[in-house]
Write a protein that binds this ligand. Structure first.
Ligand code: ADP
Ligand code: SF4
Ligand code: SF4
Length: 595
C-alpha cells in the first residue's frame, strides 16, 4: 500500500510547470494517478490506488511538496485517521489499560497528539477517509472484536470521563483568568487541592495571577488542574517542558500517586522521566508529517531500549538507520584531549543583582570542551555566562581570558524576525546552506530545516524555531557557545542530532560550549565535565567549579536525593524507584550516579 502526501503550503501550481502531472508515467499512459482538483483549491491530488509509487513526481516538483512511501499491505488494516486529502495518515492506536501508565514515545509529527485527541473523544476517527463524518456508533462498529472496543464503548456512552493536559501550555494561558488558587479551587472535583499543591511544590506562586506565571509555573498549574479533575482517563501531552529536574521528578511522582487504578497516557521526550513514570510503552514510528504507526505495547524498559536501538523486534521493523548509544563509542572520533589548552579561565566571582546574590568558584574550560551546567531555574546560570563574556561586571573576582567571542541561544525562543528561514540563516552565515559542508548534511538536513527554508520565521512551531536558532548559533564561529535549554520542544532523535552537532562544532573549532539543560540523559551523552549550580532560586546561587561527569552528576543527584543506575543493555541512565533496594544501597555507598 501507498501513502502519498502533498504539503499544500509548499505546492504552488502558479509558480511551477505542473511537472508532477506532466511527467507521471501513469498519466502518460492514459490513466490518472495525479490531477488538479477543486477539492484542494485547484492543486493536485494523488490517487493512491492508481499511483505506482515510482517517485518521479517527487523528484520533478521544484518545491519538494510531495512525499510518497510504499508500505507493507497489512498496514492498510490499521488505518485510523487522516485529517486531509493527501495528508498525514495514522496507523494504529494505543489501547489504554486501567491501572497502567502508558508512555508514548516517538518523533515529532508522527501522530502522538492525534492519538490523545482520539482517545479523549475530542476527535472522531475517520479511518482514512477525510471526507467521512462518522458517528460514534459507526466508529464502534469499526472497532468491534478489537481489544480497544470496550474503551471506546465506555467513552462514547459517557461511562468514563477524561482529563487532558495539552502540549503547548502558552496556548491554554490565553483562556484562563484569575490566580492559581482560584483556578484550582474551581477545578478541584476530587478534594485533593492541598495534596496536589504539596506534591507539585506550588506554594511560591499560589496567589499569583495566571498572566504573570513563568513557563514552568504554568505547566504545573495545568498538570494540577488535570489531576484535580474527577476522571477515569488522564492524558498528559509533554508534561516536563519548562520544568527543572527536581520538578520533573516531583511531577512524575505526583502523577503516579494521584492516578492509581486509572487509565493514564503520557507523551514524553525526556527518557529519564518517561522511564520513571511509565509502566508500559508504545513507540510511534514512521515519517514525520507523512505517516505514523503505533507499535505493540512493550514494558517500559524494553520499549525504550528498542526505541534507542532503532529496531522493533516484535514488528521486525527498523525505525532508524543508526542506534542512539550512551557509551559514546559513536563519538570516539571526537575524543576529548585532556592536554588541551585552557581557553576560558575565571577566579572566584561574586555578583549581586538586586535581591539575588551569585557566587561562582574559580575554574577553567579547555579548548574543545563541552561543559554541562545543571541546576534549578533562577539560580544564576545565565548571569554567570554573561559575566564570562564581559556583558556584566562581577562585584569581585574576574575572568582572566579576554576578548572571547560568544554565540548564544537563549532559553526563551521568540520569533522576532520578519523574513524567511533561508534569509535568517544566510544572514547569520552566508555559506550555511552550501550543500557540500558537513554542517549542511548533519545539521540543516537532519533537522529538516531544508524543508522549511521558504517558511516565515514568525509562522514556525516551537520545535522548528528551536532547531533554527540552534543551527544558527552553532553556525557562527565563536570561542564560547552557550546553549540554554536546547532540548525544549525537541523530540528524542532531534535532541541527539543536536547533541552530536554541539560536540563536533566544539571539538573542531577548539571552542568551549556551556550547555544548560534539564534533560540529564543529554548531559550524560555529551558533557565532558559538569558544573553544578545550587542554592535558593531567585535568592542566591552557588556555582561550583567544573568537575568530572561522574562526580558532578553524583553531587547534583545527591542534593536531589535521587539515585541513578545504568541499563545493562544500552548503558542509558535510569532513575531508581525511591526506597528500592538499589536506591537504598547506592545512597548508603554514596554512589548516586553509577558509571
Ligand atoms: P538561570 O539562568 O539559572 O535561570 P538567571 O541568571 O537568569 O538564572 O537569574 C537568576 C536570578 O537573578 C533570578 O532570580 C533573576 O530574576 C535574577 N536576575 C537576573 N538578571 C537580573 C537583573 N539584570 N536584575 C535583577 N535581577 C536579575
Ligand atoms: Fe507544482 Fe510541485 Fe505543486 Fe506539482 S506538487 S503543482 S510540481 S508545486
Ligand atoms: Fe505518478 Fe509516480 Fe508520482 Fe505516483 S509516484 S503520482 S505514479 S509520478
Amino acid at each position: 500500500m501507498r501513502v502519498a502526501v502533498i504539503n499544500y503550503d509548499f505546492c504552488k501550481p502558479d509558480k511551477c510547470n505542473l511537472e508532477c502531472i506532466t511527467f507521471c508515467p501513469i498519466n502518460r499512459s492514459g490513466s490518472k494517478a495525479i490531477e488538479l482538483s477543486d477539492l484542494v483549491k485547484g492543486k493536485p491530488i494523488i490517487y493512491e490506488e492508481t499511483c505506482i509509487g515510482c517517485g518521479i513526481c517527487i523528484k520533478k516538483c521544484p518545491f519538494e511538496a510531495i512525499d510518497i512511501v510504499n508500505l507493507p499491505d497489512e498496514y492498510g488494516e490499521d488505518v485510523i485517521h487522516r485529517y486531509k486529502i493527501n495528508g498525514f495518515k495514522l496507523f494504529g492506536i494505543v489501547t489504554p489499560k486501567r491501572g497502567y501508565i502508558i508512555g508514548i514515545l516517538g518523533k515529532n509529527s508522527t501522530g502522538k497528539s492525534t492519538i490523545l485527541r482520539i482517545l479523549s473523544g475530542e476527535l472522531i476517527p475517520n479511518f482514512g477517509d477525510p471526507q467521512a463524518k462518522l458517528t460514534t456508533d459507526e466508529v464502534l462498529d469499526h472497532f468491534k472484536g478489537k481489544e480497544i472496543y470496550d474503551y471506546f464503548y465506555q467513552l462514547y456512552n459517557k461511562k468514563i470521563r477524561v482529563a487532558h493536559k495539552i502540549q503547548y501550555v502558552e496556548y491554554a494561558a490565553k483562556y484562563l483568568k484569575g490566580t492559581v488558587n482560584e483556578l484550582l479551587k474551581r477545578a478541584d472535583q476530587r478534594g485533593k487541592i492541598d495534596e496536589v499543591r504539596e506534591l507539585l511544590n506550588m506554594k511560591s506562586f499560589w496567589e499569583k495571577d495566571v498572566r504573570y506565571l513563568s513557563g514552568g509555573e504554568l505547566q504545573k498549574l495545568l498538570i494540577a488542574a488535570t489531576l484535580l479533575k474527577d476522571a477515569d482517563i488522564y492524558l498528559f501531552d509533554e508534561p516536563s517542558s519548562y520544568l527543572d529536574i527536581r520538578e520533573r521528578i516531583n511531577m512524575a511522582y505526583g502523577i503516579r500517586e494521584l492516578t492509581k487504578n486509572k487509565y493514564v497516557l503520557v507523551v514524553e521526550h525526556d527518557l529519564i522521566v518517561l522511564d520513571y513514570l511509565a509502566d508500559l510503552v508504545n513507540i510511534i514510528y514512521g515519517k514525520s508529517s507523512v505517516y505514523g504507526r503505533v507499535s505493540k505495547t512493550y514494558s517500559n524498559r524494553v520499549g525504550i531500549n528498542n526505541f534507542l536501538r532503532g529496531y522493533l523486534p516484535a514488528e521486525n521493523v527498523k525505525i532508524r538507520q543508526e542506534e542512539i548509544k550512551f557509551n559514546l563509542k559513536d563519538l570516539t572520533d571526537l575524543d576529548f584531549n585532556p592536554q588541551a589548552l585552557q581557553k576560558v579561565i575565571w577566579t572566584d566571582i561574586t555578583k549581586k543583582l538586586e535581591s539575588f546574590y551569585l557566587e561562582v568558584k574559580g575554574g577553567y574550560a579547555r579548548e574543545g570542551e563541552v561543559i554541562g551546567i545543571v541546576g534549578p531555574n533562577g539560580i544564576g546560570k545565565t548571569t554567570f555566562m554573561r559575566i564570562l563574556v564581559g556583558e556584566i561586571k562581577p562585584d569581585s573576582g574576574e575572568v582572566l581570558t579576554e576578548g572571547l567571542t560568544l554565540s548564544y541561544k537563549p532559553q526563551k525562543i521568540v520569533p522576532d524576525y520578519d523574513g524567511t528561514v533561508q534569509q535568517y540563516l544566510e544572514n547569520v552565515r552566508k555559506d550555511i546552506l552550501s550543500s557540500s559542508s558537513w554542517f549542511y548534511e548533519e545539521v540543516i538536513k537532519r533537522l529538516n530545516l531544508h524543508r522549511i527554508l521558504e517558511s516565515y520565521v514568525k509562522d514556525l512551531s516551537g520545535g522548528e524555531l528551536q532547531k533554527l536558532y540552534i543551527a544558527a548559533t552553532l553556525s557562527r564561529e565563536a570561542d564560547i557557545y552557550v546553549l540554554d535549554e536546547p532540548s525544549s520542544y525537541l523530540d528524542v532523535e532531534e535532541r541527539y542530532i543536536v547533541a552530536k552537532a554541539i560536540k563536533r562544532v566544539t571539538r573542531e573549532r577548539k571552542s568551549v560550549t556551556f550547555m544548560v539543560d534539564h534533560d540529564l540523559a543529554l548531559h550524560d551523552y555529551i558533557a565532558d565535565r559538569i558544573m553544578v549550580f545550587s542554592g535558593a532560586p531567585g535568592f542566591y546561587g552557588i556555582g561550583k567549579t567544573p568537575q568530572t561527569l561522574s562526580s558532578g552528576m553524583n553531587e547534583f543527584l545527591k542534593e536531589l536525593r535521587i539515585t541513578f543506575r545504568r541499563d545493562m543493555d544500552t548503558g542509558r541512565p535510569r532513575v531508581n524507584k525511591p526506597g528500592s533496594y538499589l536506591d537504598r544501597l547506592q545512597k548508603e555507598t554514596g554512589e548516586y550516579y553509577s558509571l
